[in-house]
Design a protein around this ligand. Sequence first.
Ligand code: IMP
Ligand code: MG
Length: 209
Amino acid sequence: MASFLQIADDEKGHELDLFCVPKHYENDLERVIIPHGLIMDRTERLARDIVRDMGGHHIVALCVLKGGYKFFADLLDYITALNQNSDKSVPLTVDFIRVKSYCNDQSTNRVKVIGGDELSKLSGKDIVETGRTMETLLSLLSDCKPKMVKVVSLLVKRTPRSSGYRPDYIGFEVPDAFLVGYALDYNEYFRDLSHICILNDRAKEKYKV
Ligand code: IMP
Ligand code: MG
C-alpha cells in the first residue's frame, strides 16, 4: 500500500497570520492546514519514488485539470531535476484532461471529462474524496488499453463516503473537511493561494453559486 503523510483529524493547522496569503482571501480562511513548503518537500519525495519505480520506462504524464495543475507542474519539475542529475532517467511526455464534478462544496454525482488525446501511464491528481472521479477516469483510460496506469494524488480524504479506491502514490491523507489552495478551488476561487487551507463558513456563503 502507498505510504503517505497523515494529517490527523484533530490537526489544528496553523494560524493564518503566521503565513503570507493574498489580501483578497484574508477574511475567508480559517487555518493553514498544509503550508506550501511541506507540499513541495513531500512532492520531491514522491518524484524520487516514481523515478525509482518507473526504471527507464517512458511516462506519458496526464494532468487532471484544473485542480491538479500545481501539483502536476511541481511533480514534473522534481522528476525533471532527477532526470538531469542522475545516471538513470525517465523519458517524459505530457497531456492534459479536464474533469468537473463539484458545485459549492458538494459533489454533483456527475463527472464531466473534456480533452486528453494520448494514452496515459501516470496520472497526476489533486484530491481523491469518494474516488468516483478517478474510477470514472480509469475506466475511460482502460478503453485505450495502456500498458500501465499509475495514479499519483497529492491528497486522499479520510471519509465514510469513500468507495475504497486508493491511488498508487499519495502525498497526504487529510481529514474529512473541504480544503482549498494550491489549485484546489471552491467555485473556482482559491486556486491562487499557495498553502492548503480550511475555508470559513462566511466564505462558503460569499462564494456560493
Ligand atoms: P471524488 O470523485 O469524490 O473522489 O472527488 C474528487 C474531486 O472532487 C476532486 O478532483 C476535486 O475537484 C473535488 N473535491 C473533493 N474534495 C475537495 C476539497 O476538499 N476541496 C476542493 N475540491 C474537492
Ligand atoms: Mg473543483
